[in-house]
Design a protein around this ligand. Structure first.
Ligand code: PEP
Ligand code: MG
Length: 553
């Protein structure tokens, strides 16, 4: 009999194939060898770190977009002179090279984990660096994605950014991880690569290599040893699904023609599909986070102009820098904060360092002029109407006519009417809105059920915001991961959201889901989901409402 595992479906689509586990990290032997030449041992340890940095840089060059950024950041960590100094110190004091590397990186890891937020998320990068360097020093194969010469379903406890960033969609049919949440690296990158993925799936890591698995990344199910009938059913669903995707083209709209703009989330220069209606979220952090000095206005202007020109007249919503204590900037470091996610972040940093925000707004305004692009600008981490008003005024003073804010703090959703009065539009960042509503760190895999975007409390905050937008006659977008769930996109439309922005590979799925239902059906699904008590009940209630309306039409 086939056994079923259940997790969170975070990247739609289905696939079947043999399971293969991620290469396991090397283990240090029980006895540490006695070192005779501590100087030579220190050099060996540092050389291993350098080799890992080189390896990661090579992978970064071969990748693009988010993957390239993640790998380049990890390569920089591996080459950090302070880390090399620490490793040298330990090896110089008599530790064997592999042990010195492990200990130095464990110390760094503890520091990052204690800092919480974005920095804690980087802890996985350090583990990856340590594993690779230790494997090199012990003469073992590098851990990571296996390459057996056939396609497989990748199983792991959790993926390191370096692994997710270089997944080959032709070889990896689907990803199933024991841990990780809906906003983890695994989820975002799997979606970007269009690989079906299920995360937070208990039992996944102990499935034996070679077990046949059928993975449904929409439903969040993993079937072990499916019967021929189940495999045939999966193939039928896959073909039907592919046909539906091919049939859905053009601008986003419901079956009865209600328009919902479908936009792309990007994090740097990108090429988006011809029928994407523009960019709903350009994350500008890529220009700042790994820099020792603030990028000049001229450099920013040139980079923005390059991105804007590539969009050929389509709307581009640019988010101003979302950095702060949890994504520290080398050139604008603040005092360490005990709770970085609750600290000087996003627009709050802009208020503290007005020059930083002004340079960015000025560069954007000039790039908009250079290209004639349709630029909308918005601020992250806005909590009160006064912040929205101040941001809109600043943007307009630079000649940017359309200024909006993100709704990602519960206070902003609760007072959405007053906030939207000060802005031209709002965009709901459901990743952070979940984190702050449920007091649950968005990177903490074990808290994934709280961060489920179908949580009725989150849906209610979205409904309040959409209502405020409708009353004011202003656009309300969703640009968090929630927008890329096809069934949830139907519900969001029913709640009154006017545009949805997501990782580009998710656009076709969402377009097809909207095209399959009328606005009245979307509204019925939204009402059913809002009235539910749990995320699972919300999903079931929304599906049942759609099926019920289908049977009546
Ligand atoms: C969000 O919080 O939902 C969002 C879109 O912003 P980011 O994921 O960049 O914090
Ligand atoms: Mg956010």
């Amino acid at each position: 009999m086939s056994a079923e595992l259940r997790g969170l479906g975070v990247s739609a689509g289905s696939a079947a194939g043999p399971a293969l586990r991620l290469g396991t990290p090397p283990k240090l032997p029980a006895a540490e060898p006695v070192v005779t030449d501590s100087q030579a041992e220190a050099e060996r340890a540092v050389a291993a770190l350098e080799a890992v940095g080189e390896f990661l840089r090579g992978r970064a060059e071969a990748a693009d977009g988010a993957a390239a950024e993640i790998l380049a950041a990890e390569a920089m960590m591996a080459g950090d002179p302070a880390l090399a100094g620490k490793v040298r110190g330990l090896a110089g004091a008599g530790r064997a090279a592999a042990w010195a590397v492990r200990e130095a990186l464990a110390d760094y890891r503890a520091m990052l984990t204690a800092a919480g937020g974005y920095l804690a998320e980087r802890a996985a990068d350090l583990d990856d660096i340590a594993d690779r360097a230790v494997a090199l020093l012990l003469g073992e194969p590098m851990p990571g994605i296996p390459s057996p010469g056939y396609s497989f379903v990748l199983l792991a406890e959790e993926l390191a950014p370096a692994d997710t960033a270089t997944l080959d969609p032709a070889a990896v049919l689907a990803i199933v991880t024991e841990r990780g949440g809906p906003t983890s690296h695994t989820a975002i990158l799997a979606k970007t690569l269009g690989i079906p993925a299920v995360v937070s799936c208990p039992g996944a890591a102990s499935v034996a290599d070679g077990t046949m698995l059928a993975v449904d990344g929409s439903a969040g199910t993993v079937l072990a040893e499916p019967s021929p009938r189940q495999l045939a059913e999966l193939a039928r669903r896959r073909a039907e699904h592919a046909a539906r995707l091919r049939a859905a083209r053009g601008p986003g709209r419901t079956r009865d023609g209600h328009p919902v703009k479908l936009l792309a989330n990007i994090g740097g220069p990108a090429v988006i599909a011809a029928d994407a209606e523009g960019v709903g979220l350009l994350r500008t952090e890529f220009l700042f986070l790994d820099r020792r000095d603030e990028p000049s206005g001229e450099e920013q202007r040139a980079t923005y102009a390059e991105i804007l020109a590539g969009m050929r007249g389509r709307k581009v919503v640019v988010r101003t820098l979302d950095a702060g204590a949890d994504k520290p900037l080398a050139f604008a470091s603040q005092e360490a904060e005990p709770n970085p996610a609750l600290g000087i972040r996003g627009l709050r940093l802009g208020a503290l360092l007005p020059g930083l925000l002004d340079t960015q707004l000025e560069a954007l305004a000039l790039a908009a002029k250079d290209t004639g692009a349709d630029v909308w600008v918005m601020a992250p981490m806005v909590s009160v109407p006064a912040e929205a008003a101040a941001f809109a005024e600043r943007a307009r003073s630079h000649g940017l006519p359309l200024a909006g804010v993100m709704i990602e703090v519960p206070a902003a959703a609760l007072c959405a009417a007053a906030i939207i009065e000060q802005a031209d539009f709002v965009s709901i960042g459901t990743n952070d809105l979940s984190q702050y509503t449920f007091a649950a760190d968005r990177q903490a895999g074990e808290l994934a059920p709280l961060l489920d975007p179908w949580q009725p409390a989150l849906l209610r905050l979205i409904a309040m915001t959409a209502d405020a937008g409708r009353t004011a006659g202003k656009p309300v977008s969703v640009c968090g991961e929630a927008a890329s769930d096809p069934l949830l996109a139907v519900v969001l439309t029913g709640l009154g959201v006017t545009s949805l922005s997501m990782a580009p590979p998710a656009l076709a799925e969402v377009r097809a889901a909207l095209a399959g239902h009328t606005l009245a059906q979307c509204e019925a699904a939204a009402a059913a989901a809002l009235a539910a008590a749990t995320p699972d009940q919300a999903r079931t209630a929304a599906s049942a409402a759609l099926a019920d309306q289908d049977s009546r039409s």
